[in-house]
Design a binder for this molecule. Structure first.
Ligand SMILES: Nc1ncnc2c1ncn2[C@@H]1O[C@H](COP(=O)(O)OP(=O)(O)O)[C@@H](O)[C@H]1O
Ligand SMILES: [Mg+2]
Length: 350
């Protein structure tokens, strides 16, 4: 049973302010992802949590105890690094046992715990192999077993799947999540991959340039992004310049040669907006329909079940996503008619 609190972390490297007042809490047994583009400060947050780095100000608490100034060895935190960081000259068994030896555990206890960890990550029977003889996915399992065998309070994972190919990667996503739930360990997972974060997490913190942009569960983060950055980073929305108008009955976004009704949230007539509409939210038809706008198709990109249709909405370039069977009927250079439901026209007053 462990919870983690990170309070008002600030960190600069020289003039580069890398973390700006980062605060969050991970409840016992929960899986939290830190999501954001490369260089936004994710690894620095993990390094501060496990004691490889100290913040300029702020605190890290595990079960209410302030560990900010404790050295890394004195913290009971397991970490899996992006490049696995296994000892190449040691067997799998020795790699996994390493942390227990450092902690001066008895031989019998080490054997029992290593066996438990091997079974947990499905590497039973491979304990005498050298890690250099293993595939990337297997090496990642060893790294995970090595982190979990010390029975840490908190598990930290820094982009552990980024070196794996697509298929192994999605298998390992399920595997890591299963193991995490089985052990019930409080986990912070770092990734720049939005799909990975959406698939795996109980909660996601979206970070942009060292600042928390939004914290939410995956469903809410995807469907109710609070900023243009959030809507674009999660699922690549079309970001369009527009103006807020009202025609007496309805609020609308008027863009560069197009206009769509929207659900009013805030703002006044004439406000300049960034409108965010996801490609999959457009209703697409070959004939005109109510409130639909004309769209000129310039390109189609087939990717199996879905297809991207690129083209022009008024003066703006827009990307639509639809099932491939629908896309088949759209001709390059031809006109189609598109309309997003009101609730899917997200807008942010500039
Ligand atoms: N030890 C360091 N010395 C100087 N700059 C660093 C150091 N570690 C990280 N940085 C800088 O801090 C920023 C955030 O890095 P990092 O936390 O690794 O981001 P992320 O993991 O999100 O890609 C980057 O601009 C990086 O260059
Ligand atoms: Mg990193």
């Amino acid at each position: 049973m462990s919870n983690l609190i990170v309070n008002n972390l600030n960190k600069s490297f020289g003039d580069n302010k890398v973390l700006d007042n980062i605060s969050f809490k991970v409840e016992d047994g929960k899986f939290l992802s830190l999501l954001g583009p490369s260089g936004c400060g994710k690894t620095t947050i993990l390094r501060i949590i496990n004691g490889l780095e100290y913040p300029d100000s702020g605190a890290v608490l595990v079960n209410g105890k302030d560990i900010t100034k404790l050295s890394a060895e004195k913290r009971n935190i397991g970490m899996v690094f992006q490049n696995y960081a296994l000892f190449p000259n040691m067997t799998i068994e020795k790699n996994i046992a390493y942390g227990l030896k450092l902690r001066k555990k008895s031989k019998a206890e080490i054997k029992e715990k290593v066996d438990w960890a091997l079974k947990l990550v499905h590497l039973e029977g491979m304990e005498h192999r050298k890690t250099t003889m293993m595939s990337g996915g297997q090496q990642q399992r060893v790294a995970l077993a090595r982190a979990l065998v010390i029975e840490p309070d908190i598990l930290l994972l820094d982009e552990p799947l980024s070196a794996l190919d697509r298929k192994i990667r999605s298998e390992m996503q399920y595997e890591i999540r299963n193991i995490q739930q089985k052990v019930g360990i409080t986990t912070v997972f770092v990734t720049h991959d939005q799909e990975e974060a959406l698939t795996m997490s109980d909660e996601i913190i979206l970070i942009n340039k060292g600042i928390i942009e939004q914290q939410s569960d995956p469903w809410n983060l995807y469907n109710h992004p609070v900023s243009a950055f959030a809507s674009d980073f999660l699922g690549k929305a079309n970001l369009l310049d527009a103006e807020l108008i009202n025609n007496g009955d309805n609020w609308l976004a008027k863009g560069n040669g197009w206009v769509f009704p929207l659900e009013y949230k805030s703002g006044k007539v004439g406000d300049k907006l960034t409108v965010a509409i996801r490609g999959e939210h457009f209703t697409i038809r070959l004939e005109p329909f109510e409130n639909a706008q004309e769209f000129t198709v310039s390109k189609k990109i087939f990717s199996g079940p879905t297809c991207k249709i690129m083209g022009k909405l008024g003066e703006d370039k827009v990307e639509l996503t639809c099932i491939s069977l629908d896309a088949e009927k759209c001709e390059i250079g031809g006109k189609i008619y598109i309309m997003p439901p009101k609730v899917n026209v997200l807008y942010f007053v500039k």
